[in-house]
Design a protein around this ligand. Sequence first.
Ligand SMILES: Cc1cc2nc3c(=O)[nH]c(=O)nc-3n(C[C@H](O)[C@H](O)[C@H](O)COP(=O)(O)OP(=O)(O)OC[C@H]3O[C@@H](n4cnc5c(N)ncnc54)[C@H](O)[C@@H]3O)c2cc1C
Length: 214
Amino acid sequence: MKEGVEVTGIDVAGGRVQGVLTSAGEVATRLLLYCAGAWSSSIGRMAGLEIPVLPYRRHIAVTGAFPAVPRTNPMTVDFQTSLHFHPEGDGVLIGMSDRAEARGYATDVNWDFLEKMFEQAARRAPALAGAGIKTAWAGLYESTPDHQAILGPLPEVEGFWCAAGFSGHGFMQAPAAALLLAQLLLDQNSEIDISTFAFSRFAKGALVHERNVI
Ligand SMILES: Cc1cc2nc3c(=O)[nH]c(=O)nc-3n(C[C@H](O)[C@H](O)[C@H](O)COP(=O)(O)OP(=O)(O)OC[C@H]3O[C@@H](n4cnc5c(N)ncnc54)[C@H](O)[C@@H]3O)c2cc1C
């Protein structure tokens, strides 16, 4: 692995991967496993593939010490609005999706939206009415049409493997996804069948909707 090196192209010939072009030169390889998160569609296009992963900004804010929400409080989600919160240190972590925001790569904090998020938090959980922001940040969800990851080889281009499109739950799924993909690559079999996550599900219309993405 090389950090700080950009993939700028993929050499495909004879229907299979032959190499990767990077900002540090060309790497000859017949196997490429790409895991480019929110940037996955641009990597796919380098190999002539339309991979449906779109970037959406998502915010998190953390309060200062907030005893009204004790550390025993469970993660709480309001699926109607996507507002969610849980204890974080001696404070509270609060998040909510801005469903009106178009896709894009911006990751600066939209403070106007955070204001709306805190208003919603106070409506849903009045104890949060006095909460103030200690720190806040934004990052990108990498969303597929059914909010499920794309895992495994893409038969359209031999040697092109994918582990991307985790749609906002990649931390949770990464350990299992990495193990099962390694098994599939090395042994041609994985202890859990992951074929429902195959890229081909989009062409077949066999989507597996994850409805609890917030
Ligand atoms: C606010 C927020 C809260 C979240 N909360 C949770 C949570 O509670 N639980 C959970 O499970 N998940 C959560 N997630 C989702 C989780 O962060 C992602 O699903 C996960 O980080 C995706 O990992 P990844 O490795 O697929 O992509 P990334 O971590 O995005 O990594 C992709 C990498 O590819 C690199 N890259 C892109 N293009 C190129 C190129 N051309 N050349 C070289 N490198 C390239 C990028 O620089 C990046 O380092 C949250 C996300 C956000 C934004």
